[in-house]
Design a binder for this molecule. Structure first.
Ligand SMILES: [Zn+2]
Length: 371
């Protein structure tokens, strides 16, 4: 199965200059053809990749744009390939309309097989136009990657992200099943009552972030100081994201070791941001990302994730006697079932219902995403 592994890398100052030009060329090509495609779209036409590719070849030949030939042609061509994907995601309602890339945001350049060389074993990575790149290999890469993307985050950190085709490594079956209820207060509650706290960056990072954001607002627009202040804001955002991802990975690994079937509530991420508070939308995005992390790990290690319809009344159903109750506002953390008298923790009860639904689905052999 295809997986993405990323590693921190440290380009030399000369490589940084080449990368900056490469990112710039990729951005220019992406934005130019996004504008052309948009114009075509407004005329009611569609532009194909082949058309844009032919136009790029012509563009490169004109003296005005000769600088496009100064960097490796592969990442530039790849950024052209990313456009149809962005449009497809938009047409299939998975994403917003593609937007222009700007210099201040995360930059990337994708190298395909013809533009890099990777030596498995001694872990040497050579990229076209850059030479050997110094990478912090946090674990050995067992196969040759299919693509290598060099990323420069908004804070200035560099990463290489590799797509690897790896054989699944099944873990021993345990015969155990679990249900998970994701929430706003806690990240998740397991059907056995275990609780998984949200990543603990909370208040401290929020204060840093607010402070850093105020610093940006005080700086003159377009100044170097403002650029540096923005970089500090980006750094805090990246730290929070790293912290979150780390929590998700640990949870995912723990779950796939202990359980064969993991039932979760399916979030409708398409509706994300609609009629929702900002906090709720951010939490939904984080939960979606946690579920994807669990699914990838499960597939890799021969376990199953079952998604339960989000309209399944997991909170209103008594997991002991099965009687269905009326509305259950979010403020109700604990309740007693009037039918059987059992006292419930709201989230644990929901997790048990999700587990039961998951077992029913997995027993029928439907919707279990196979390895
Ligand atoms: Zn009951």
């Amino acid at each position: 199965m295809k997986l993405r592994w990323s590693f921190r890398c440290y380009p030399t100052s000369e490589q940084e200059r080449v990368l900056a030009r490469t990112f710039g060329s990729c951005r220019f090509v992406y934005n130019r053809f996004l504008a052309e495609r948009t114009a075509a779209f407004q005329r009611g036409e569609r532009m194909s990749y082949v058309q844009t590719s032919a136009a790029l070849t012509l563009l490169k030949k004109s003296p005005e744009y000769a600088w496009l030939q100064e960097v490796s042609s592969v990442p530039v061509q790849q950024s052209l390939r990313h456009l149809p994907t962005a449009f497809r995601n938009f047409f299939e309602k998975r994403a917003r309309y593609p937007s222009f890339k700007t210099k201040g945001q995360r930059q990337s350049a994708e190298y395909t097989r013809s533009a890099f060389r990777f030596e498995v074993g001694n872990q040497r990575l050579l990229l076209s136009g850059l030479g050997r790149l110094k990478v912090k290999w946090s674990r050995p890469v067992p196969v040759e990657p299919t693509t290598v993307t060099v990323i420069r985050q908004a804070s200035g950190r560099y990463f290489v992200s590799m797509v690897l085709d790896l054989a699944p490594a099944p873990l021993p079956q345990t015969g155990e099943h679990v249900g998970l209820d994701f929430g706003l207060l806690r990240l998740a509650t397991l059907s056995n009552g275990e609780r998984v706290a949200n990543p603990r960056y909370g208040r401290r990072y929020e204060r840093w972030l607010a402070h850093a954001q105020r610093a940006v607002a005080r700086k003159e627009k377009g100044s170097r100081r403002r650029m540096l202040a923005k970089r500090r804001v980006a750094k805090i955002h990246e730290k929070m994201a790293d912290c979150r991802q780390d929590t998700f990975r640990k949870l995912a690994w723990d779950l796939v070791c202990r359980y064969d079937v993991i039932a979760v509530e399916d979030l409708n991420l398409r509706g994300l941001g609609k009629n929702h508070s900002l906090a709720r939308s951010l939490a939904d995005a984080a939960i979606g990302s946690a579920i994807r992390t669990i699914e990838i790990k499960a597939t890799m290690h021969g376990k199953h994730v079952v998604r339960i319809d989000r309209f399944y009344p997991s909170s209103k159903l008594c997991s002991s006697c099965g009687s269905l109750h009326g509305s259950m506002p979010l403020s109700v953390r604990e309740w007693t079932c009037p039918a059987c008298g059992r006292r419930h923790d709201r989230d644990e009860n929901a997790a048990r219902n999700i587990l039961a639904a998951g077992q029913a689905v997995s027993a029928r052999g439907e919707d279990v995403r196979p390895a």
